[in-house]
Design a protein. Structure first.
Length: 271
């Protein structure tokens, strides 16, 4: 059989993200770093052969739909892909141990009659990351009876989540601690690390396992990637104990159910 003409190590998987600008951009996950990225994620998330990660209906072009399943498969675990609109009841009885829920998914699961009919769970419980926006206290109150919940802040461009809040802790949900996966800082207008409690742009120090730009979009790359840092487009501040608070977007982007969209087209349609 003849050898492939292409250099396999130069190939990869393309993800799409709209997080920084509200317009979709392409992020390449290189084949040459895929194995090490999977290994890093498995170590960080404690994935193993017993893990049953439910990817719900996330497409393989999304960070949630590709990164975790790839990592779980790499250690012999199970990834469940379910694109049905009535996914909630099968989800409850799937034996899931890990999942990521956007706000609309969390709400739908909390309203599932099959879940509400179960007694509260004790002992080791499935761990769910809530990401992509605000989840109501009503929904989390229901879900926390059955699952361990973590509010997670991450980006498609970065291999791992960088900020989190454990819902079981009494601390205010607006404040999130660093996961330790990457160096996270707040930058002031002079391009330096902001003083404590000083508002600035959130930035994440990149490693060789993270993206360093967008495919075919030099303009967007120059804004989001600079001097070894990724700028997700959020304003933030850091307090004395190291916790971060996300204050809002630096650009005109609106968050609709976890999807970042540019404001201008929406405004034009309304007018």
């Amino acid at each position: 059989m003849p050898a492939l003409a292409e250099d396999v190590q130069a190939c990869g998987h393309i993800l799409y993200t709209s997080g920084t600008t509200g317009k979709y951009k392409k992020v390449l996950v290189p084949a040459r770093t895929q194995r090490e990225a999977d290994r890093e994620r498995c170590d960080f998330q404690a994935y193993n052969s017993l893990t049953r990660y439910h990817a719900l209906g996330f497409g393989l072009w999304t960070g949630n739909g590709y990164k975790a399943p790839s990592s779980v498969w790499s250690v012999g675990g199970t990834a469940i892909l379910d694109q049905r609109s009535d996914w909630a009841e099968p989800f409850v009885f799937s034996g899931v141990t890990r999942a990521t829920l956007l706000p609309d998914l969390a709400l739908k699961l909390s309203e599932c009659a099959s879940l509400r009919s179960l007694p509260p769970r004790t002992g080791a419980r499935p761990v769910f990351s809530m990401s992509g926006g605000f989840v109501s206290a009503k929904a989390t109150a229901v879900l926390s009876q059955y699952f361990d919940l973590v509010n997670s802040y991450g980006c498609t461009e970065v291999g791992l989540g960088v900020l989190f809040h454990d819902y079981s802790l009494p601390a205010h949900l607006s404040w999130m601690k660093s996961t330790g996966a990457r160096v996270v800082e707040v930058e002031n207008e002079q391009g330096q690390v902001s003083a404590l409690n000083e508002e600035g742009r959130l930035r994440i120090k990149l490693t060789e396992l993270d993206a360093d730009g967008y495919l075919d979009d030099a303009d967007a790359s120059s804004v989001a990637f600079s001097k070894g840092y990724f700028y997700p487009g959020d304003l933030a501040l850091q307090r004395e104990d190291g916790a971060f608070r996300i204050l809002g977007r630096a650009a005109d982007v609106v968050n609709l159910g976890g999807q970042k969209l540019a404001v201008a087209p929406i405004e034009a349609n309304l007018q």
